[in-house]
Design a protein around this ligand. Structure first.
Ligand code: FAD
Ligand code: NAD
Length: 475
């Protein structure tokens, strides 16, 4: 193997592997180093997202939703099935096989693009030097004109809630449970808490979610958050707001959790406790002494808008740098950097990053919430459309939620689009494209949407902004 490259990427997650592929497409000699190891010791590219995040969680969300629908909804469609029972081992086997196929796919992509994939540890020793440690401990000194750091993030642990991987667990453990815990506790009503809480609730757990803040989903438009809370309650998630977890211990296989509320100290007993209180940038053993790469006070690698670090020719992308911890944000940063290195144009529009929470109904948004626009002082107008009035949503037995468009009064600019409802994560792509192309609300109003589709909800919400909705009541 050569030890000289144009580009070395450290980290093979959704920020690192696309950077490596794009750099190779730009005719550069590229190596991508990744140290991910699964619980069984196997190695795989794909990072958190493919191995322990986006993909396995969506596999289980899909399976558990089907399980729930088969039990509760099939009869409404006039479909009679026998008793619906759970085969968790088969469900988990499917989850694992999807992950294996997807991570294996990265190796195939590396091969077809000519990226050298190196499984092992990478350490930046100087601006253009990387020490690679192979799984057998062999070290080699590699050089590159540019280095891209894409080392990702790790779950935040609470000192007073000691992780043991069996009873007190993180999101990765909770994706691989081999039995449905009768009582599940979740610390944090963020994206992970709600997605994983939904999975295990649908599969039969009694789920209590403890959230420190008084406000539910503060990053979400509050009309949507209110609607979401209604659906989570209906599912049976017991979400306690203003519940700050202060400690937990395991006794005889039972987790005793202590939390404080306005009413004082409270106790909760569960069989498993998932800690989902956020993630922190991961830079352990990434930077040797004296590289000059600066971290910010929260431990993120400091970068400018183009992901340049404080050291020339060293770049950083994905969860290890500022901004939302989302796979698609990291991917676009990786692609931008690989293009910039090759002397091409590259940019990430940080104002138009879609967010999706894959619960049922799904929650998706792009741009500013109504609350953010209000706080900015800009005059705005709002239109919304309920899925209850959508023929397609009715046909799908999924007529819950709404689409909402927030627009500027002065120039009709679309400021934010928010959806809670069936396939909201797919619907938001139209909103992202509209905002990326600086479409006005009128542009969206004049765009033909196929009937009957869920996308008509966004069309009608845009019309409702000017009180011109046809299929909904204009308020
Ligand atoms: P990572 O995916 O963490 O990859 C970093 C890689 O670098 C890892 O393989 C790590 O082992 C490796 N590495 C680190 N240091 C070194 C080193 N020194 N040498 C060699 N290798 C190293 N985001 C979404 O957009 N949609 C979702 O649906 C979604 N669902 C999620 C569900 C869960 C349960 C979790 C935990 C996260 C989810 N996320 C989701 C977030 C998403 O996984 C992250 O934003 C994304 O993985 C970040 O990509 P990354 O490449 O920056 O880092
Ligand atoms: P989060 O920041 O979304 O939520 C953590 C929650 O835990 C917060 O609401 C916080 O108030 C609460 N909390 C913190 N300490 C607490 C305590 N002691 N007691 C009670 N509550 C406490 O973090 P997350 O859910 O762990 O997710 C991490 C990251 O992963 C997110 O940034 C998200 O972007 C990403 N992710 C994305 C998706 C998706 O895109 N669908 C899915 C999963 C994860």
């Amino acid at each position: 193997m050569t030890d000289q490259f144009d580009v070395i990427v450290i980290g093979g997650g959704p920020a690192g592997y696309p950077a490596a592929i794009r750099a190779a497409q730009n005719k550069l000699a590229v190596a991508c180093i990744d140290e991910w190891r699964n619980f069984d010791g196997s190695r795989a590219f794909g990072g958190t997202c493919l191995n322990a995040g986006c993909i396995p969680s969506k596999a289980l969300l899909e399976s558990s939703e089907l399980f729930q629908r088969a039990k509760q909804e099939f009869a409404t469609h006039g479909i009679k099935v026998g008793e619906v029972t759970l085969d968790l081992a088969a469900m988990q086997k499917r989850r694992a096989s999807i992950v294996k196929t997807m991570t294996g796919g990265i190796l195939a992509l590396f091969k077809s693009n000519g990226v050298v994939g190196l499984q092992g540890h990478g350490l930046l020793t100087a601006a253009n030097r990387v020490e690679f440690t192979a799984p057998d401990g062999t070290k080699s000194a590699l050089t590159a004109k540019d280095v891209i750091l894409a080392s990702g993030a790790a779950p935040i642990r609470l000192k007073t809630v000691p992780h043991d991987g069996v009873h007190i667990v993180d999101s990765w453990n909770a994706l691989e449970f081999d039995a449905v815990p009768p009582r599940l506790g979740v610390i944090g009503a963020g994206v992970i808490g709600l997605e994983l809480g939904s999975v295990w609730r649908r599969l039969g757990s009694t789920v209590t979610v403890l959230e420190a803040t008084e406000q539910f989903l503060p990053m979400v438009d509050q009309a949507i958050a209110k609607e979401a809370m209604r659906h989570f309650k209906k599912l049976g998630l017991d979400i306690k707001l203003g519940a700050n977890v202060t400690g937990a211990s395991v006794d005889n296989g039972v987790v005793n959790c202590v939390y404080s509320t306005a009413q004082g100290e409270q106790k909760l007993q569960v069989d498993k406790l998932v800690v989902a209180v956020g993630r922190r940038p991961y830079t352990q053993d990434l930077l040797a002494e004296g590289t000059g790469v600066k971290l910010d006070p929260r431990g993120f690698i400091q970068v400018d808008d183009h992901c340049r670090t404080s050291v020339p020719h060293v770049w950083a992308v994905g969860d290890v740098v500022r901004g939302p911890m989302l796979a698609h944000k990291g991917k676009e940063e990786g692609i931008m950097v690989a293009d910039l290195i090759a002397g091409r144009f590259g940019e990430v529009n940080y104002k138009v990053i879609p967010n999706v929470i894959y619960t049922a109904p799904e929650i998706a948004w792009v741009g500013q919430t109504e609350e953010q626009v209000k706080a900015s002082g800009r005059a705005y107008k709002v239109g919304s459309f309920p899925f209850a009035a959508s023929g397609r949503a009715r046909a799908m037995e999924a007529a819950q939620g709404m689409a909402k468009v927030v627009s500027a009064v002065d120039n009709d600019e679309i400021l934010g689009i928010h959806v809670i409802g069936p396939l909201a994560g797919e619907l938001i792509a139209e909103a992202v494209l509209a905002m990326e192309y600086s479409a006005s609300t009128e542009d969206l109003q004049r765009t033909i949407h196929a009937h009957p589709t869920l996308s008509e909800a966004i069309h009608e919400a845009a019309l409702a902004v000017d009180k011109r909705a046809i299929d909904g009541i204009n308020r």
